[in-house]
Structure formats: structure tokens, C-alpha cells
Design a protein around this ligand. Structure first.
Ligand code: SF4
Ligand code: SF4
Length: 263
């Protein structure tokens, strides 16, 4: 986390004698002990391997520890390693990818029935807010459906910030658009869900949080609230404050993802 409050907290911890890593290697030494509650051992182990490889690369490139900590705290590392996991999955795509019914203008998955819209990192929240802010005041998704994502175009039903859409949007797919419509209306049809690589994204975020305990906070945010803040002209700081999750949401999300499995 890069807020002034978090930097002060981190400095206070250092002054108070808390054991803080002095090098990236010190941080890497903590990876083996880091936990991702709720995800299960194999996802946790994959996440650890990804984080260890990232830290090794960061050290080899001579990145400063402060930059590595900031990138872990803001979720830039989660975003990047999530992309790597998705790219890797796509080298041998699961059948659901080949059979996906997804098409531009098909937007039942952008109806965010549970209100929260899904978990995103700070890097994703900042990017989404920046992309949507110039569109404040324009017709938005909720003009089509009360629970639709504000980033949606209500006429074309396309994402207005496609390049800035978060990982959760990039990872969702369905083999049956009718199932998505049913679910958008409160049903529980099968056929739609997240790619398995999303579990790796969550694992990295959860492990990063554990890794930085006592050093920096690793927050998560509600995507729908971030999008709403941006289209309503709210400042980035106010949006982040309003959208920040309670500390238990990441673990709950991990448990749900582990239970659901993934394509
Ligand atoms: S996930 Fe469902 S609603 Fe979204 S584009 Fe694919 S088929 Fe359409
Ligand atoms: S950000 Fe875009 S893709 Fe994601 S839910 Fe909103 S409109 Fe849909």
C-alpha cells in the first residue's frame, strides 16, 4: 500500500524494532511460510512458486525493495502474475474456452447481481477509475439494468473500458448465454464461471498480504463501487475509501473460488 498512512505505519514498525526485510532476498525467505487461507494446498503452492520466481527476477534486475513492496501491496504483481497464469492456461485451453458462447454485446455477466461486482486489486481499481472518469455523466450500464456495471454501454452493451477491465472480467466465460441470463435474474444455472487461472491470481494476492503482514497493507476493492464512483465524478481517494473491502473478503473469495473450481 502506498498511502502516507501506510508508509508511516511501516516506518513506525521499523522504529519499534519489528523484523522487517532489508533485502528482496529477506522477503523471498518469507514466501515458504506465507499462507493463502481458503484456497487449498496446491493453489497455495502454485502461488508461492509464482511469487518466489517474481522475487528472484526482481532481485536479478536490481529493483529496490521499496518498489517491490509497493507493487505487491498495490496488486501490480498480482495483476501481472494473474496474466501469466491465464496466458499459460491458454496454451492448452480448456474445452470451455473453445465452446464459449461469449460475444460482443452479450452482457448478462456485466449484471452484478451480488452488488459487489467482484474483488479487484488497488492497481486494477486505479486503472478502472482513471479509464472511467472521463466518461462521467455519459449514459451508463445502470440505464439498461439497475444492477449492471456502470462501465457498460447501455446501448451497445459493450464494455466502455475494455482495455482497463479487471482480471475478474477477463477471466469469466460461459458456454451458455442463456445460463448467464438466468443467473443475472437470480437463478443458479450451470455453464458460466471463472477460468482456473483466477485461483492463481487470488493465491498471489492472498500470499502477498500474508508476506507483507506488519510491513504494508494489501487491500482489495469492490469493482462495482469503484466503477460507480468514477462515473459519478467521485475523486479517486474517496472512491478507494468507499470501495475498500473489509479484511475478511479476500479469504471468503478464495474459499468460494476453491469451491467453484474453474474452467
Ligand atoms: S459470460 Fe455469458 S453473458 Fe458474458 S459474454 Fe459470455 S455468454 Fe455472454
Ligand atoms: S468492467 Fe466492463 S467487462 Fe467488467 S463488468 Fe464492467 S462493463 Fe463488464
Amino acid at each position: 500500500m502506498t498511502s502516507r498512512a501506510d508508509r508511516r505505519r511501516a516506518q513506525k514498525g521499523a522504529r519499534g524494532g519489528a523484523k522487517r526485510p532489508a533485502t528482496i532476498a529477506d522477503l523471498a525467505a518469507r514466501v515458504e511460510r506465507a499462507r493463502a487461507p481458503g484456497l487449498g494446498r496446491s493453489a497455495e503452492a502454485r502461488g508461492r512458486r509464482m511469487l518466489a520466481a517474481y522475487l528472484q527476477t526482481a532481485a536479478a534486475h536490481g529493483l529496490p525493495l521499496s518498489r517491490v513492496v509497493a507493487d505487491l501491496a498495490e496488486g501490480a504483481v498480482t495483476l501481472r502474475l494473474g496474466e501469466v497464469a491465464r496466458d499459460s492456461l491458454m496454451q492448452a485451453p480448456p474445452p470451455a474456452v473453445a465452446n464459449a458462447a461469449c460475444a460482443d454485446g452479450c452482457a448478462f455477466c456485466c449484471i452484478l447481481t451480488e452488488g459487489d461486482g467482484g474483488l479487484i486489486t488497488e492497481t486494477e481499481a486505479r486503472r478502472l477509475h482513471a479509464a472511467l472518469t472521463p466518461l462521467a455523466g455519459q449514459p451508463e450500464g445502470r440505464a439498461w439494468h439497475a444492477a449492471a456495471c456502470p462501465a457498460l454501454d447501455p446501448e451497445t452493451r459493450s464494455c466502455r473500458v475494455y482495455e482497463a477491465r479487471p482480471t475478474i472480467c477477463r477471466s469469466f466465460l460461459s458456454v451458455d448465454a442463456a445460463a448467464c441470463e438466468t443467473n443475472a435474474n437470480g437463478g443458479e444455472a450451470e455453464g458460466a464461471g471463472l477460468l482456473g487461472s483466477h485461483v492463481d491470481y487470488l493465491a498471489v494476492q492472498a500470499l502477498a498480504r500474508d508476506l507483507l503482514k506488519g510491513i504494508a497493507r494489501v487491500p482489495t476493492y469492490a469493482m462495482a463501487r469503484v466503477a460507480a464512483g468514477a462515473v459519478e465524478g467521485e475523486s479517486l481517494d474517496d472512491t478507494l475509501d468507499g470501495a475498500r473491502h473489509g479484511s475478511n473478503v479476500l479469504e471468503r473469495t478464495c474459499r468460494d473460488a476453491a469451491k467453484a473450481g474453474g474452467a
